[in-house]
Design a protein around this ligand. Structure first.
Ligand code: PMP
Ligand code: GLN
Length: 366
C-alpha cells in the first residue's frame, strides 16, 4: 500500500451508493438531496459560465467572501472559500496539527475527520456521545478527561451527522469553557447550520471568536452537493495561513460557481429559502420517524440535518441493501468505542416516493 492509503480507504458513502445501484435498492445511504437546487441558483450559474471561467484568488472570489461575511456576520478577510466543506476540513487539519498532536472529536464521528487528522500526522482521540431516552448527549466531563498536554483542537459538528443532534446552549458553553481552559482550537463543522429544527442557537464562533474556525457548505445550504463550494470563517488574521495550505491542493474553488454563490446566498436569505428548506425536511423527518417507529424500529429523533439514527436488533446494513434499502451502518461512524447494537443512519433528503417505497420494503422484514 502507498503510505497514505493505510489511512485513506474508500468512503462508506461511495461503498453504500455502489451497493445500492448493484441491488436496485432505494438509496437512503449517501446524503445528497433528491430535489434540484433552487432556480435562482441555477440561473446565476448559467449566467456565470462563459464569463467567469479562469482562476480566482485562492482565498475566494471577493464577491463571495463579501456575501458570506454579511451572512455570517464575519469580516470577509477572515473567510476562505474552499472546494466544499471537505477541503476546508482538510486544510484546517494540515494547517493546525502536526506529528504528536492530539485532536478531540465525538463519536459517532463524520467519516473524514479521523483520516484527515492522521494524514496531518496527528492522533484523533474520540469521546463517545451518550445515548438514552432523551436522545444523544455530550458528556463534557468525559471530554475534559480526554484532554492531555498534546491536545490541540476540539472538532465539533452541530447540527451533527449522523445523529442530527444540535448541541444545547449549555453543552456549547461548557465545551467552549473547556477549550479556553486548555487553550484548544475549536473547529466547528456547521454545514447544516440552516437545518436545525430547534431553537438552540447554532454558531460556536460567537462564543469564542478568538479560537473558532467555522466550516460551512453551499452544497448543503442550496441543495447542490456536487458544486463543491464551501468555506471556513477563521479567527481574525489567520485566514492567510489556511489559504497558504489550501492553494496547494486545489488552488481555488470553481470560479463560475462562486459567482453564482455570491448572487444566490443573499437571495436565499432574503427570500426565505432556508425556512422553506427546514420546513420541507421537518415534514419528511416527522413522516420517516413515525413510519419507522410503526415498524418497531427504535428511532433517535434528530433535531437537525437530513439524517436520523435508528436501531433494530435484527437488521444490519448489508442485509438491508440486499432487501432493497440502502442505509449507512452505524459502525462506519465508530473507531475507538463500541457502536450501539443495530445502529444505522437513514438519509431522508430523498423523494417522498422513495421514502414510501423504502418503508414498504422494510415493512416486509419487520
Ligand atoms: N461535514 C459534514 C458533517 C457533512 O455531513 C458533510 C457532507 N455531508 C461535509 C462536512 C462535507 O461537505 P461538502 O460536501 O461541502 O464537502
Ligand atoms: N456527507 C454526506 C453523507 O454524510 C456524503 C459526503 C460524501 O459522500 N462525500 O452522506
Amino acid at each position: 500500500l502507498m503510505p497514505a492509503a493505510r489511512t485513506a480507504r474508500e468512503s462508506i458513502f461511495s461503498v453504500m451508493s455502489r451497493l445500492a445501484a448493484q441491488h436496485g435498492a432505494v438509496n437512503l445511504g449517501q446524503g445528497f438531496p433528491a430535489d434540484p437546487p433552487p432556480a435562482f441558483l441555477l440561473e446565476a450559474a448559467r449566467g456565470a459560465v462563459g464569463h467567469f471561467d479562469q482562476y480566482s484568488p485562492p482565498a475566494g472570489l471577493p464577491a463571495l467572501r463579501e456575501a458570506l461575511g454579511a451572512d455570517l456576520h464575519v469580516n470577509p478577510q477572515d473567510i476562505v472559500v474552499t472546494c466544499g466543506a471537505t477541503e476546508a476540513l482538510a486544510a484546517l487539519a494540515l494547517s493546525l496539527y502536526g506529528p504528536g498532536d492530539e485532536v478531540l472529536m465525538l463519536e459517532p464521528v463524520y467519516d473524514v475527520y479521523l483520516p484527515q487528522a492522521r494524514l496531518a500526522g496527528a492522533t484523533p482521540v474520540t469521546v463517545p456521545m451518550t445515548l438514552d431516552d432523551g436522545g444523544w448527549a455530550v458528556d463534557v466531563n468525559a471530554v475534559q478527561a480526554a484532554v492531555t498536554g498534546r491536545t490541540r483542537a476540539l472538532l465539533l459538528n452541530t447540527p451533527h451527522n449522523p445523529t442530527g443532534k444540535v448541541l444545547s446552549a449549555a453543552e456549547q458553553r461548557d465545551l467552549v469553557a473547556l477549550a479556553r481552559q486548555h487553550d484548544l482550537w475549536i473547529i466547528s463543522d456547521e454545514v447544516y447550520d440552516e437545518l436545525s429544527f430547534t431553537d438552540e442557537p447554532v454558531g460556536l464562533r460567537s462564543l469564542a471568536p478568538e479560537r473558532t474556525f467555522t466550516v460551512g457548505s453551499a452544497g448543503k445550504r442550496l441543495e447542490a452537493t456536487g458544486w463543491r463550494v464551501g468555506w471556513v470563517a477563521c479567527p481574525a488574521g489567520l485566514a492567510p495561513q489556511v489559504v497558504g495550505v489550501r492553494q496547494l491542493a486545489s488552488f481555488c474553488a470553481p470560479t463560475p460557481l462562486q459567482v453564482a454563490g455570491a448572487q444566490a446566498l443573499p437571495r436565499a436569505r432574503q427570500e426565505g429559502f432556508y425556512a422553506q428548506l427546514r420546513e420541507k425536511y421537518r415534514v419528511r423527518k416527522e413522516w420517516m420517524v413515525s413510519g419507522l417507529r410503526a415498524l418497531g424500529v427504535t428511532v433517535h429523533e434528530p433535531q437537525g440535518t437530513y439524517f436520523l439514527t435508528a436501531q433494530h436488533p435484527a437488521w444490519d446494513a448489508l442485509s438491508l441493501v440486499r432487501e432493497g434499502v440502502a442505509v449507512i451502518p452505524g459502525e462506519a461512524f465508530y473507531d475507538q468505542h463500541d457502536c450501539p447494537p443495530g445502529l444505522f443512519r437513514v438519509a431522508f433528503c430523498k423523494s417522498q416516493e422513495d421514502l414510501e417505497e423504502a418503508l414498504a420494503r422494510l415493512s416486509r422484514l419487520a
